[in-house]
Design a protein around this ligand. Structure first.
Ligand code: TXA
Ligand code: MG
Length: 318
């Protein structure tokens, strides 16, 4: 069973030692908890895929502690990349560009490109600054499971398979990084996340968001799964009676008596608060033995785009 240790200098040191020896560690970032390994050591990286039961065709993100290190792991950075790094790193933006030769194919899942980001979290940054390699890290959940935003979520899913989980409290952003592909002339968001399309467009101009719920997209359509079915609620009249229904609420809550459990993303309709609580609320609902989770829609603007993207993927039937 994993040790869950509150962040301290000593614990950081312990994590660094595990990474240097080719092991894996779960640590907090500003978005979600990551499961990290030495990104230049293929054997260490393979452990991540095994622990998560993740398909090998699903690429990993490299995490770095200094902006200038990106030059080592990409072939070259164009002007768009430079501008985005300048504006958003450290922060929840992953940039995809052609990889350099030293990045192993197991990290990029055989592709010639690699996603890199510099996280904005003191624990993650301290670890990254103390190692001389990039840390490959997906979200620290079983493949397809909910992304963890608290140490106990990591424990629940992979606690029996790893040595150490660093507890840094609830992740401040709570939703994964935005993934942007700059390998063609078009600017394409492959995954909406913590940095909004609007924010990016102010820096590099027009950006297109791929619809990840489109089943034709193959690997990008891999979706989250819950124990409990989830339905996006357009109108309260859709709620079935006589079953244990839960509600993921946003804004004012009406007809409370229809639900046996309600988790509120944001009563005042604040999207930042909603993103922050999103995965925690879903964990609570999914652990409450419900027949169905109804999720209220949030406005599809700003962070609401990332939230609705996750909800639509959760609502896809297996
Ligand atoms: O916020 C985050 O990004 C978190 C924290 C731990 O940094 N990490 C994370 O990693 O969410 P993961 O592996 O759970 O999700 C990475 C996403 C996947 O959808 C993957 O397909 C996409 O980014 N991705 C990564 N590298 C890619 C690449 N080279 N080409 C296309 N898509 C890529
Ligand atoms: Mg993930």
């Amino acid at each position: 069973m994993a040790q869950i240790l509150k962040f301290s200098e000593e614990v950081i040191e312990k994590a660094v030692n595990i990474l240097k020896k080719g092991g894996v560690v779960a640590f907090p970032t500003e978005t979600v908890y990551g499961l990290g390994a030495n990104g230049l050591n293929p054997e260490a990286v393979i452990k991540i895929f095994e622990i998560k039961n993740r398909p090998f065709f699903y690429p990993l993100i490299l995490h770095i502690g200094r902006k200038e290190d990106a030059n080592k792991f990409w072939k070259n950075i164009d002007r768009r990349g430079e501008k985005l790094i300048e504006k958003f790193w450290p922060g929840p933006l992953t940039i995809i560009l052609p990889k350099s030769e030293i990045v192993p194919y197991v990290v990029s899942a055989g592709f010639e490109n690699v996603g890199i980001r510099m996280p904005k979290h003191s624990v993650a940054l301290e670890i990254l600054k103390k190692v001389d390699f990039p840390v490959a890290a997906p979200s620290a959940n079983i493949s397809g499971g909910l992304s963890p935003t608290e140490a106990k979520h990591v424990e629940q899913q992979i606690g029996d398979k790893i040595e150490l989980i660093i507890d840094g409290g609830r992740c401040p952003i709570g939703i994964e990084s935005t993934v942007i592909d700059l390998t063609t002339e078009k600017n394409v968001i492959l995954r909406p996340g913590g940095i909004t399309k609007e924010e990016i467009e102010k820096v590099i101009g027009k950006v297109k968001i791929i619809d990840r719920t489109d089943k034709k997209l193959g690997q990008f359509s891999l979706h989250y799964s819950l124990k409990t079915p989830l339905q996006i609620l357009r109108d309260l009249s859709e709620v079935k009676s006589g079953i244990r229904a839960g509600l993921l609420a946003f804004g004012e809550i009406k007809e409370k008596e229809k639900f046996v459990k309600i988790e509120v993303l944001s009563e005042k309709g604040d999207l930042k608060e909603a993103a922050n609580k999103f995965f925690s609320c879903l964990y609570n609902l999914d652990n409450a033995n419900l027949d169905i989770i109804y999720a209220q829609q949030v406005p599809e603007k700003g962070l609401g785009i990332a939230i609705m993207d996750r909800l639509k993927k959760l609502a896809i039937k297996n």
